[in-house]
Design a protein around this ligand. Sequence first.
Ligand SMILES: NC(=O)c1ccc[n+]([C@@H]2O[C@H](COP(=O)([O-])OP(=O)(O)OC[C@H]3O[C@@H](n4cnc5c(N)ncnc54)[C@H](O)[C@@H]3O)[C@@H](O)[C@H]2O)c1
Length: 270
Amino acid sequence: MATNTRKPVAMVTGGGSGIGRATAVRFAELGYSCVVADIDEQSAKETLGMLQTPGIAVQVDVTMATSVEAMVTAAVQRFGRIDCAFNSAGIMVSYAKIADQQEEEFDRVMGINAKGVWLCLKYEIAQMLQQEPVVSNPARWADKPDVCRFRGVRGSIVNASSIAGLGGYHYNSPYCASKWAVLGITQTAAVEYAKDGIRVNAVCPAATDTPMLNRFKEKCPPALRSAAGAKKYPFGRIAAPEEIAEAVCWLCSDACPFTTGEHLKIAGGM
Ligand SMILES: NC(=O)c1ccc[n+]([C@@H]2O[C@H](COP(=O)([O-])OP(=O)(O)OC[C@H]3O[C@@H](n4cnc5c(N)ncnc54)[C@H](O)[C@@H]3O)[C@@H](O)[C@H]2O)c1
């Protein structure tokens, strides 16, 4: 098992905006080299411009296997391995009750939010399985060889679910279905690859101040607008994307080697 003296590498999908962008920025602040991937290449480049560490911007459509595979290949060609990945790319577009919902919308949302996460895991894990396990902080675990042996040292992945992956929400059945699916995929990947030294977790944020939430507030039915409002939260405010980023980076880090298959609800006490 090698020890880690180089900069770890983090890959973020949906890195051109919102929570993904904030997480790429935080990874860079923590010293990670970054792969910023987004379907909107320009926005990925803008995020890259905010980082103080080495990085690349990659155009990816997470619904296409060839595109996701190419993203992983680009990361490995540039940095040699992927230590952490945050699969944040996602959409929330349609607001209708099930009887009024369009079948195409269901397929589109599931395609990006659920299949997209599954495809990212497929290629990220395939790459991580080829990597040497790394101990990034050997002194910390020196008297606990079992922790070293079983901690997530080949790689650590976090998927973006949502508070909508933990309950039912009006007018949002495709989105809810996709975010519940993310948790099922996360837990399955966690049990399948724990012994390979790969940890897989998810975050479940509530309303977070990003372009997605602003679009939601503009387009959703009036009855739903309070769901995104600050008043319903005990803190009297919604989350900042940086607060989700902090949780993602903690889950990816070696601070929590026994944490896998978990979802962290970040909902300000809701
Ligand atoms: N903002 C919230 O309130 C909130 C709450 C809970 C969960 N989430 C989840 O967090 C994640 C990030 O949300 P956000 O608020 O930052 O949204 P956002 O719209 O600000 O950013 C999402 C990014 O994903 C990219 N993207 C969309 N489709 C893609 C595709 N096919 N391939 C690659 N990239 C694609 C977009 O270009 C965009 O840059 C999403 O999965 C979202 O469902 C958001």
